[in-house]
Design a protein around this ligand. Structure first.
Ligand code: NDP
Ligand code: 8X3
Length: 253
């Protein structure tokens, strides 16, 4: 049985991806900062699947806590076959000049540095076993920059570059590196981005049908179920009503 580690499994994409991987028979390490949610998901995963589940509660922004968490893995969870680097966020949506430096720090520390910390800890095991698969949750913001997207887009451009760099450096060890780059998807993402303002969060999806977390789990399932000789580099996935980061066709209400 293979083991997958999913960061940011307490909500949105990460939760759906964990549920999907469980159905595919993976043992799971699920992570996030909200311990109650990890406990509830652990029970749900174990009740419905014959798999082993290990919840790990930590903040991905600290290399120290990431290191302690990964070092704490019991022997039967030490070999990780699939790493889903999903934990991430947008904090704020303002023109650069009006943006908050604390939001910049939070996005860079989570989306870029946190992803690097976890990946640095998991890659040595994959190199040793000469196999593995890393899937990074990127975004269409890795391709285009949109108004008031400044630093969020920068973090996803970084994820794109890191994905490509890892693919180059790890190819000789039989390690696949993929990314999923979604457009608008309704999760807790916009509520977090607007610092809890539900009205602003809802307005993001007004007049269109956004992606949902299951759509992203579908993409991950496709990537991980390809034959050994096939590596999917990236799946870009948008709502049908979103052409790119600027153009969305909204129903008139
Ligand atoms: P959610 O807000 O629903 O989920 C985000 C997850 O990240 C949560 O489980 C959260 O867990 C975790 N997380 C955030 N910060 C930290 C931290 N410091 N330490 C550990 N875990 C953390 O958002 P989505 O599911 O939508 O987003 C998942 C990924 O997909 C992100 O990388 C996002 O940028 C990307 N994405 C989202 C899109 C969208 O429109 N929704 C589109 C394109 C990409 P907890 O709070 O418990 O720590
Ligand atoms: C999240 C989606 O529209 O902000 O990555 O690029 S968007």
């Amino acid at each position: 049985m293979k083991t997958a580690l999913v960061t940011g499994a307490t909500s949105g994409f990460g939760r759906s991806i964990a549920l999907r991987l469980a159905r595919l028979g993976y043992n799971l390490i699920i992570t996030g900062r909200r311990v109650e949610r990890l406990e509830i998901l652990t029970k749900e995963l174990q009740d419905n699947n014959s798999i082993k589940v290990l919840p790990l509660c930590f903040d991905i922004r600290s290399n120290d806590t990431c290191t302690k968490a990964i070092q704490s893995l019991p022997a039967d969870f030490k070999q990780i076959d699939l790493l889903i680097n999903n934990a991430g966020l947008a904090a704020g949506a303002s023109p650069f000049q009006d943006s908050d430096l604390a939001d910049f720090d939070q996005m860079i520390d989570t989306n870029v540095k946190g992803l690097l910390y976890i990946t640095k800890l998991i890659v040595p095991g994959m190199i040793q076993q000469k196999s593995g698969h890393i899937i990074n949750l990127s975004s269409i913001a890795c391709i285009e920059v949109y108004p008031s997207g400044n630093v969020y887009c920068a973090t996803k451009h970084a994820v794109n570059a890191i994905t490509k760099g890892l693919r180059i450096d790890l190819v000789k060890y039989g390690i696949k590196v993929s990314s999923v780059s979604p457009g608008m998807a309704e999760t807790e993402f916009s509520t977090i981005r607007y610092h809890g303002n539900e009205e602003k969060a809802k307005a993001v999806y007004a007049g269109l049908t956004p992606l949902n977390a299951e759509d992203i789990a579908d993409a991950v399932e496709f990537i991980v179920t390809r034959p050994a000789h096939v590596s999917i580099n990236d799946i870009q996935i948008n709502p049908s009503q979103q052409a790119n980061t600027y153009i969305a066709h909204r129903n008139t209400i």
